[in-house]
Design a protein around this ligand. Structure first.
Ligand SMILES: Cc1cc2nc3c(=O)[nH]c(=O)nc-3n(C[C@H](O)[C@H](O)[C@H](O)COP(=O)(O)OP(=O)(O)OC[C@H]3O[C@@H](n4cnc5c(N)ncnc54)[C@H](O)[C@@H]3O)c2cc1C
Length: 484
């Protein structure tokens, strides 16, 4: 799609829930009276809430993606990662997928870059834990869990077998709860074909410093999830956190050492560090905007989704939570308001009442409170899946087909080994792309990573400087293992 100098140019950075919806709304409203460019590192929109099902082998990875080129007509897609925004010159600098540099100038800018894994200053976690914020991490986890069960089945001693089939998930927000719930079902299906030593079964441990699972959601959802998890044998430890992680296990703050080769870090997210680098006021790392999603002092700049601190008009004095529900609706309002700023329609403020939440617990189980009505069991499971199908902007038939296949056939217990441990580090500003090694590795260790000698460490092809600097954790961040 070519640009016309006479038409205003709108650049949208990020094609997640907020950016995708902003582009779609704007494209419908402007009907080619503006040039719209969408800058995103991947050519797809990722439906994050179904990611735990990818990790557990229920859904194939492409099912939870929607092609941006296919879904967004009259929107130009530029592949790349923004790494420098110059508000005075009205430009966005970016690095393309092959390391090439580019710059986009804009008349209107929408920042919708989302969030990344939250790090806490716990020894060993950055080295030994993995996050759960992108497709590469979900693919890694599926392979890793399969491999651990295979290695546990072949282990020569009971101690190794037990450690390999113990899986620790830190953080019992919706991500951690769904990862543990689906993971437990996944390993249960794997051991049907790979029996372990007599008396040993896969063990899932779910930790949170908070006094209950799903601490940020309605108490009734929390109770339902807790009941289902415990009934399945998940070791739920509330009021507990990680003191140290090592290659052999996890030391808990109550002094217990849990031997394991798996620590999933689901303690929450923090806003993408890109927004900290632009020099405008932040609220806990999120870019502060007014109720019209405008960055104060810059009527041409809008922000929405996880990366923006949007005043919650339904709960005065608070900011909207980092959820897909808010991001999706804020994207729509941002699209409207950008169009209004170009003379098309009237701008509106963002106001949204909570419509409830759904948590998929795997199998036919779920926990949901649509419009405040608490549901559990198969009804909640059906509502949850129905909600996801309705909310996905594409690929619904394929997702439904995978669910049907999963109900009828055994899970596929094979590891492809395409995503390695070192390519999905916890500490990254780009969880959506797997890191690639620059030089051909000389020798590989068991995980397929180049040996840590000299300069052979895998690096991302180019690390944008502005993002790296902004990425350092805020000094004021308090350790707290709950999902935001
Ligand atoms: C496993 C999981 C399950 C979840 N389940 C639920 C749920 O059930 N319900 C719910 O309400 N919420 C859920 N969430 C939270 C929800 O997904 C987020 O709140 C939502 O995705 C935020 O939307 P966003 O558009 O702000 O960010 P995202 O959807 O993350 O999109 C950000 C986009 O920006 C791109 N990007 C990032 N940096 C750059 C850059 N520098 N340059 C260009 N592009 C960039 C990313 O690639 C991505 O495409 C879940 C999250 C996770 C991780």
């Amino acid at each position: 799609m070519t640009r016309t100098a006479s038409r205003p140019h709108v650049v949208i950075v990020g094609a997640g829930f907020a950016g995708f919806q902003a582009a779609r709304t704007l494209s419908r409203l402007t009907r080619r009276r503006a040039d719209i460019t969408l800058l995103n590192p991947t050519d797809y929109f990722l439906y994050l809430p179904l990611l735990p099902q990818v990790a557990a082998g229920v859904l194939e990875p492409r099912r939870v993606t929607v092609s941006l080129a296919g879904a967004l007509r009259h929107v130009r897609l530029v592949l790349g990662e923004a790494d420098g925004i110059d508000l005075a010159r009205r430009t966005v600098g970016y690095t393309g997928p092959e390391g090439d540099r580019g710059e986009l100038s804009y008349d209107r800018l929408v920042l919708a870059v989302g969030s990344v894994n939250k790090l806490l200053p716990v020894p060993g976690v950055a080295e030994h834990a993995h996050g759960f914020r992108g497709l590469p991490e979900a693919l890694y986890l599926r392979d890793h869990v399969t491999r651990q069960i295979e290695l546990a089945a072949a282990a020569g001693d009971a101690e190794t077998c037990r450690a390999r089939c113990t899986f620790v998930v830190a953080g019992a927000g919706y991500t951690g709860v769904e990862v543990a719930a689906h993971g437990e079902l996944f390993t249960r299906s794997l051991v049907r074909h790979q029996p372990l030593r007599a008396g040993i079964e896969p063990r899932w441990v779910l930790l949170d410093i908070a006094p209950r699972v799903l601490p940020e959601l309605d108490r009734r959802l929390s109770d339902t999830a807790d009941r289902v998890l415990r009934r399945r044998g998940v070791d739920v430890r509330t009021g507990t956190s990680v003191k140290e992680a090592t290659g052999d296990g996890v030391l808990l703050d109550d002094g217990e050492f849990v031997p394991t080769r798996t620590l999933m870090w689901c303690v929450g997210v923090r806003p993408d560090p890109l927004v900290a680098g632009i020099g405008r006021p932040l609220e806990r790392g999120r870019l502060l905007v007014d109720p019209f999603l405008n960055v104060p002092g810059h009527p041409e700049v809008f922000a929405c989704g996880d990366a923006a601190a949007v005043p919650d008009l339904a709960k005065p004095g608070q900011y909207t939570a980092m959820t897909a529900q808010h991001a999706w609706r804020q994207g729509k309002v941002a699209g409207h308001n950008v169009a209004a700023s170009l003379g098309l329609g009237k701008r509106r403020s963002y106001r949204h009442h909570d419509l409830g939440f759904t948590v998929d617990l795997g199998g036919v189980s779920g926990a949901a409170n649509p419009l405040g009505v608490p549901l559990s069991g198969p009804l909640a499971g059906a509502v949850t899946r129905g909600y996801h199908l309705a909310a996905m902007p594409g690929n619904r038939v394929r997702v439904a087909a995978d669910w049907l296949l999963d109900a009828a056939l055994p899970r596929q217990g094979v590891q492809l080994g395409l995503v390695r441990s070192w390519s999905v580090p916890l500490d990254t500003a780009s969880p959506e792309v797997a890191r690639v090694a620059q030089a051909a590795p000389k020798a590989e260790n068991a995980e397929g990573a180049p040996k840590a000698e000299g300069a052979e460490q895998p690096k991302q092809s180019e690390q944008p400087k502005q993002r790296e600097q902004a990425e350092r954790p805020e000094p004021t961040e308090q350790p707290k293992q709950t999902e935001e």
